[in-house]
Design a protein around this ligand. Structure first.
Ligand code: SF4
Ligand code: SF4
Length: 141
């Protein structure tokens, strides 16, 4: 590129609207089919684990609290997820989805990328068991 062309571009750009956006201060509307954070409905889950087997990034785990009564906790590693939606496709019970609203997940700590889904009491029970010293995660399948 010649110096003349560069100067021409420079002058033209002074009078053009910026193509960049002032994110995060100004947010554009995202497409309704955007694949954001995984969402999971424990009420429909049969515990079949197909979603886990089909996940290419090992990003989801199913913790079984009580198989007979279908009490499960799902641990989602958002930092491993490739947002491919394979798990959503694989679930025959339509328990899974990808949020088009919850997609801003930048963080300076690792902790927000480990997400637990399930009933509050089941998550609390699992956390309590996991916190016991020398205890492996007993109910993880
Ligand atoms: S595929 Fe669906 S029903 Fe099976 S374990 Fe995953 S979320 Fe539950
Ligand atoms: S969206 Fe893809 S990578 Fe993420 S949990 Fe589902 S199957 Fe795994």
């Amino acid at each position: 590129m010649s110096v003349g062309t560069m100067i021409g571009d420079l002058i033209r750009s002074l009078f053009k609207k910026p193509v960049t956006e002032l994110y995060p201060y100004v947010k554009t509307e995202v497409p309704s089919r955007l694949r954001g954070k995984l969402v999971w409905d424990p009420a429909q889950c049969a515990g079949c684990q197909l979603c886990i087997k089909d996940c290419p990034s090992n990003a989801i785990e199913l913790i079984v609290i009580d198989k007979v009564n279908k009490r499960f906790v799902m641990r989602y590693h958002a930092d491993r997820c490739t947002y491919c939606a394979q798990c959503v496709q694989s679930c025959r019970f339509k328990c899974m989805g990808m949020s088009s609203e919850d997609w801003e997940m930048a963080a300076t700590q690792k902790q927000p990328f480990e997400v637990y889904y399930g009933k509050e009491e089941d998550i609390a029970l699992f956390m309590e068991q996991a916190a016991k010293p020398g205890t492996e995660e007993p109910c993880k399948e």
